[in-house]
Design a protein around this ligand. Structure first.
Ligand SMILES: [Fe+2]
Ligand SMILES: [Fe+2]
Length: 495
């Protein structure tokens, strides 16, 4: 990776960072609401010009809140410290349902090296637009952007705003080239597949395992997901491959890490969660091949054997001394991944105990990935919207209801790689999901064009776009389509 860290960055993070308490709850809610409105305005400014009626509306939404906040708090200051957002010096908790949009706002600011935004009394409509278009027009990865902004604000007489520089710390990567990041994400994905292969084959021949390598790889996966979730989720969503078990294991790890980070699991534990996902099916190495790879329906006896993989996996994990303390985490994955939220499922429990958080996360990830398997494996190829619907239906019985909500928000109603038909009669593939939960049904679509017996990429359109004449959305999804029926390899369009 290109090292773009600059000289003069701080050597250490400040020790006395504010820890939020419950009394801070209300003000941060207002802060979250403000950031969301401000982010929508920023995004709007990238699509529409400043005379568009949508920009007027979004600006008004912001202004109203700015006035309310200033009346009450006398100040409106947003500050970024590392991966945290502060509203009037109180840290904002990245709650799961707002996670994606807050995260997206943070990234937009970080990319431009802006770490502070302040709004003061007397902001008008046109001033606010000036400010937003200035901000969105800043070049990426220019450390001195804040100076340019300050100068512009001064010469334009925009006295109600102030900006500050992003403070960077020694171990922090501020700007990551997106192509570079994509390449790294892919590397992590394919290295993980090889690792699972190695470990599973090693288990069969009772070889010693290289656990350090596995841990490091999952740490890389966590970093890649934090920086560039969409590439890894995209890879997990492409289900065309020959080696189901290995891909499935890596997909479960990816879904689990993404879900875990939204559920508030600290970063240092996320790599353990990834490992637990990676090896949840390790018990399958002890299941006879004839049963494991049987293409037809399993008999009742065969199912009994198949179900043993949860227990066998637990046995394997516990017998491996190299895993050390990590074993308990891995057992959460092996033992619990077919247990349901209401404790039905298998293995049968003799004593009731609650399924662990890791177990609940992996069960969800496993279920989803197992059902969207490609057609060759499935008699009924499920499209993900059906599965997500089913998960919502079984929420509270099979799955932890809070996690299901987070999961659906995370994948969007139309996950990456979904083939869709639009009301304009165009066909396209979802290439980016919306970070705004209110517009969850409006992802970015790569429009396909059919010629010479083949589908080709054309433009990428944003379904959030509104037509100025009719004041209605330009395009809307009518239904999802099965890529197999169109002989489409979704992967080609996603990567
Ligand atoms: Fe399993
Ligand atoms: Fe599985």
């Amino acid at each position: 990776m290109v090292d773009r860290r600059r000289e003069g960055v701080k050597q250490e993070a400040p020790r006395e960072e504010k820890i939020p308490s419950d009394r801070d709850h209300l003000p941060t809610q207002t802060g979250v609401e403000f950031i969301i409105r401000f982010y929508r305005l920023l995004k709007g400014a990238t699509i529409y010009d400043r005379k568009n009626f949508i920009i007027d509306r979004l600006t008004q939404d912001c202004l109203q809140l700015i006035h309310d906040i200033l009346k009450l708090d006398k100040q409106l200051l947003l500050k970024i410290v590392r991966d945290n957002l502060f509203f009037n010096n109180i840290r904002i908790q990245m709650k799961a349902d707002k996670y994606a949009i807050l995260r997206a706002f943070l990234q937009e600011m970080r990319k431009r090296w802006i770490g502070e935004l302040e709004f003061m009394e007397g902001v008008g409509l046109e001033d606010m637009k000036d400010f937003v278009y200035l901000l969105i027009g800043l070049e990426e990865n220019v450390e001195s952007n804040y100076l340019y902004m300050k100068k512009q604000l001064e010469t334009r007489g925009l006295r109600a705003f102030n900006v500050g520089k992003l403070e960077a710390y020694k171990d922090e990567e501020i700007y990551v080239d997106s192509e570079d990041q994509k390449r790294q994400s892919k590397e992590v994905y394919f290295k993980s597949i090889n690792l699972v292969k190695e470990v599973m084959e090693g288990v069969k021949s009772q070889k010693m395992l290289n656990t350090r390598k596995a841990k490091r790889l999952m740490q890389n996966a966590v970093n890649a997901i934090i920086q560039d979730e969409s590439t890894l989720l995209g890879l997990a969503n492409i289900k065309n491959y020959d080696d189901y078990t290995f891909n499935h294991s890596v997909n479960v790890a990816i879904y689990a890490i993404s879900l875990g980070q939204r559920a508030g699991i600290p970063k240092k534990h996320l790599s353990h969660l990834g490992m637990a996902g990676l090896f949840h099916d390790i018990g399958k190495t002890r299941i006879p091949k004839e049963i494991l790879n049987k293409s037809g329906k399993l008999t009742a006896e065969e199912w009994t054997v198949m179900r043993l993989h949860a227990l066998l996996g637990t046995e394997i994990v516990l017998s491996m001394k190299e895993w050390g303390e990590l074993s308990t985490r891995l057992v959460d994955g092996t033992f619990e991944h077919h247990l349901k939220y209401d404790l039905t499922g298998y293995p049968k429990l003799t004593r009731k105990k609650k399924v662990s958080l890791f177990g609940r996360i992996i069960a969800l990830a496993d279920f989803y990935d197992a059902l969207v398997r490609p057609r060759v494996y499935n008699r009924f190829p499920f499209v993900s919207e059906k599965i997500l619907g089913f998960m919502l239906e079984r929420s509270g019985k099979d799955f932890d209801p809070a996690l299901v909500k987070v999961f659906v928000n995370m994948l969007g109603i139309f996950p990456l790689g979904t083939l869709v038909l639009l009301n304009t009669n165009e066909m396209g593939i979802v290439v980016q999901t919306s970070e705004d939960t209110e517009l969850i049904d409006r992802p970015k679509i790569c429009i396909l064009y059919y010629s010479d017996g083949d589908y080709k990429k054309t433009e990428v359109v944003d379904l959030r776009e509104v037509d100025e004449g009719t004041r209605d959305f330009k395009r809307t999804i009518v239904k999802t389509l099965d890529p197999n029926e169109y002989n489409l390899n979704v992967a080609e369009f996603l990567m």
